[in-house]
Design a protein around this ligand. Structure first.
Ligand SMILES: *[C@@H]1O[C@H](CO)[C@@H](O)[C@H](O)[C@H]1NC(C)=O
Ligand SMILES: *[C@@H]1O[C@H](CO)[C@@H](O)[C@H](O)[C@H]1NC(C)=O
Length: 192
């Protein structure tokens, strides 16, 4: 482990211990949700619940997800269903990180940006986190440099790397999965 990375991680840990860790309600909710859903016995059931209770994709929308990963990621129900699928593969943190980066990029308030950057680092970059995403050392170096002066684009390279990882790795399996093919069948059936 590199020294500056270790240092950054221990600063974050120290702040955490000091209770200097304001977590807003939606974050708290998200963590609780993710924690509940990682009960392995529950995910198959939850998949069905979430995927069918989410604003239902139109058959056209659902079909378009197999055309390209980009189309899937541009659709709210596509992201939601793919996320449920990633949970079954125990790689949901990739989508959570990607979504957190999207939120960060919309933020303009410097104070909030710094807080979100710190939170994202702690949740997904720190090697101490159970939700650590898989990044190469080049991207980790970029982040560690960026952490000296956090901005809403601190994680851009990392976000791109995780996007490519999901596209190459889980997306082809998702498109081939019974979860997706069943959804296609259901959405066609409900149209008729
Ligand atoms: C930025 O956010 C902080 C914390 O939420 C708030 O106190 C402050 O007023 C905001 N600043 C601007 C310029 O909106
Ligand atoms: C998808 O399923 C087909 C048929 O079962 C199989 O031949 C193919 O290798 C699978 N592709 C992926 C990416 O899993």
């Amino acid at each position: 482990m590199q020294v500056h990375q270790e240092a950054a991680a221990s600063v974050l840990q120290a702040r955490h211990r000091m209770g200097n860790n304001p977590t807003n309600a939606s974050n708290a909710c998200c963590f609780c949700w993710c924690c509940c859903c990682s009960c392995s016995w529950g995910f198959a059931l939850l998949y069905k619940v979430v995927c069918s209770s989410h604003p239902k994709p139109t058959p056209e929308d659902a079909r378009s997800w197999s055309v390209s990963f980009e189309k899937l990621m541009k659709s709210a129900s596509g992201r939601s269903c793919f996320r449920q699928y990633l949970r079954t593969e125990f790689s949901e943190e990739n989508m959570m990180f990607w979504l957190a980066c999207e939120e960060l990029k919309k933020e303009t308030n410097k104070t909030v940006v710094e807080e979100k950057v710190r939170q994202i680092y702690e949740d997904f970059i720190s090697i101490l986190s159970p939700k650590e995403v898989s990044l190469d050392s080049r991207v980790r170096d970029v982040i560690n440099r960026n952490m000296l002066e956090p901005t809403s684009h601190t994680f851009d390279d990392a976000q791109q790397q995780i996007y490519t990882l999901m596209q190459r790795d889980s997306y082809p399996r998702f498109i081939n999965s019974t979860e997706y093919t069943d959804l296609l069948k259901r959405s066609r059936a409900s149209k008729d």
